[in-house]
Design a protein around this ligand. Structure first.
Ligand code: PNS
Length: 198
């Protein structure tokens, strides 16, 4: 936390950060949504370093592989120098300790999230009393956006523009519409052939 007086404090304050040290933003991110990105941006302003940590062995069978989620999140956060993407397995608090994180960041969209988040935060506190959980709210325009609903809408062929970043929208399209992928590959081949001819 802030220790007033040192030069590093001034640097952190200059960047508008409230807290020094590492915070962890854990989750499934299947797929990353605009709500996640909104929270990452807020977290990056608040903490000196933010580690977005993707859970490796979720009981759920994910739509996107771990490698895909890593790649998407790395691309989406490339412009934030104090944000790092990692994966973890087992207890979140153990992973947090292993990277010296002092804080867990979680998003709360509506009061319905609160019960589960409170339960999780209190269990994590029981497991590791020194690790604090900080709740932040995403922008109101993302307050109804969840990975689960995005998957549901996309799987039913509905539009997910404005709910997820473009790169995620594209990946969803590729995953859910094999014909789209084939068409893309053909287009690339055609343009390669054209280039060779010219
Ligand atoms: O995006 P999600 O699915 O809501 O994220 C949930 C997550 C990954 C943060 C939570 O399930 C978790 O921390 N899992 C790791 C195992 C663990 O530590 N369980 C105890 C939590 S009280």
């Amino acid at each position: 936390m802030l220790q007033a007086g040192s030069n590093r404090d001034v640097a952190a304050e200059d960047r508008g950060q409230l807290n020094k040290g590492i915070a962890i933003y854990p989750g499934s991110f299947d797929p990353p949504t605009n709500g996640h990105l909104d929270l990452i941006e807020r977290g990056s302003k608040m903490f000196e370093q933010l580690v977005v940590a993707i859970l490796r062995n979720s009981e759920k069978s994910p739509m996107f592989s771990l490698a895909e989620r890593l790649e998407m999140l790395r691309e989406l956060t490339a412009d934030w120098s104090n944000v790092r993407i990692d994966t973890f397995d087992g207890l979140m608090v153990e992973y947090a300790k292993s990277i010296d994180a002092m804080c867990v960041l979680r998003g709360i969209r509506a009061i319905s999230d609160y019960e589960y988040e409170l339960q999780m935060a209190l269990m994590n506190r029981k497991l590791e009393p020194t690790l604090e959980t900080v709740f932040m709210m995403p922008a109101v325009k993302y307050s109804y956006v969840s990975s689960r609903l995005v998957r549901e809408v996309a799987q039913a062929g509905g539009p997910v523009k404005d709910l997820v970043p473009e790169v995620v929208e594209q990946k969803l399209r590729e995953k859910l519409d094999p014909a789209y992928k084939l068409q893309e590959t053909r287009l690339i081949e055609v343009s390669r052939k054209r280039k060779k001819k010219s």
